[in-house]
Design a protein around this ligand. Structure first.
Ligand code: CP
Length: 311
């Protein structure tokens, strides 16, 4: 069996191009499986996976749980909001208690950047980062680039504009790393206040005019304004943001080519993306969600393989 170069999926930064290709090829097979009448395979029978979420999630949590169940793993779910974290228990104590119940893999979302990296230094189980604060969201970037490959044939050579709240987005950073490893050109677009000052050093283009960004790109990955992470005012109002940076069907119809619209969700409809654009023929947003299950099946299956090799 071909193997990943890593034991944990903490970030796209740690993956090689060969790792990403292996994940995509494995996801191709699992996508075929989940479209069969019988969607389940026994690949992770006898593996127990804990999904531990310290931050809200709809897509990622459900997608991981479904991926685990399609692979026949045993699944336990933990949400911090109704747990002993509320009584003061530390992250390490929480996870060690879960692991004492013989858990093999941990899928974790946490508000603190680096939380899964910290855990990986202290516990033996494989860890999958399901989003750590404003840092990385690796499975989102894998499903995003997998969806571009599916729609346009390949990622190499494509021009991808990431538009919106770059400053507070873990999706942006993971996408930059994944797109560059796969040979795409990346542009970031948004108000200057929402673009980190030194991010150009990663080799990305910066554009403040959304019309120019849309005219340049083959794919626009539109990001949510993350009000919950904004502790100061970065722009005057949501109405003004929408006026200058909101993407709608009218803007898309003015382009001299047809571009692909993506969004990781959840969408603030009418703010960064209008309904007539989100639900248009340009959009592959629901394909992203479907592909998320196949990508997460591939990641879990391949990481479980690294554990078996060690034993
Ligand atoms: N894309 C994404 O991470 O969505 P959730 O926050 O709903 O998991």
């Amino acid at each position: 069996m071909q193997q990943l170069s890593v034991r944990h999926l903490l970030g796209i930064k740690d993956l090689t191009l060969e790792d990403i290709s292996l994940i995509f090829e494995t996801a191709d097979n699992f996508k075929e499986v989940i479209n069969r009448p019988i969607k389940k395979v026994p690949s992770l029978r006898d593996i127990t996976i804990a999904n531990i979420f310290f931050e809200n999630s709809t897509r990622t949590r459900l997608s991981f749980e479904l991926a685990e169940k399609r692979l026949s793993a045993d699944v336990v779910n933990f949400s911090s909001s109704n747990s002993s974290v509320k009584k003061g228990e530390t992250l390490l104590d929480t996870v060690n208690n879960i692991l004492a119940m013989k858990v093999d893999m941990v899928v974790m979302r946490h508000a603190s950047p680096g939380a899964p990296h910290f855990l990986s230094r202290h516990i033996k189980a494989n860890i999958v980062n399901a989003g750590d604060g404003t840092h990385e969201h690796p499975t989102q970037a894998l499903l995003d680039t997998f969806s571009i490959r599916e729609k346009l044939g390949e990622v190499k050579g494509k021009k991808v504009a990431i538009i919106g709240d770059i400053m507070h987005s873990r999706v942006a950073l993971s996408n930059i790393f994944a797109l560059q490893k796969l040979g795409a050109e990346v542009m970031l677009c948004g108000p200057k206040t929402l673009i980190p000052r030194h991010i150009g050093e990663l080799g990305v283009k910066i554009e403040l005019d959304v019309k120019k960004a849309l005219q340049w790109c083959d794919v626009a990955n539109v990001l949510r304004i993350q009000l919950e992470r904004q502790h100061i005012k970065y722009f005057p109002s949501l109405r003004e943001y929408s006026l200058y940076y909101g993407i709608n069907k009218n803007l898309l119809d003015q382009l001299d080519k047809k571009i692909v619209i993506m969004h990781p969700g959840p969408i603030n409809r009418g703010v960064e993306l209008s309904s007539d654009a989100a639900d248009s023929e340009h959009s592959i947003i629901m394909n992203q969600v479907e592909n998320g299950v196949a990508i997460r099946m591939a990641v879990l299956y391949l990481l479980a393989g690294t554990k078996l090799q060690e034993e």
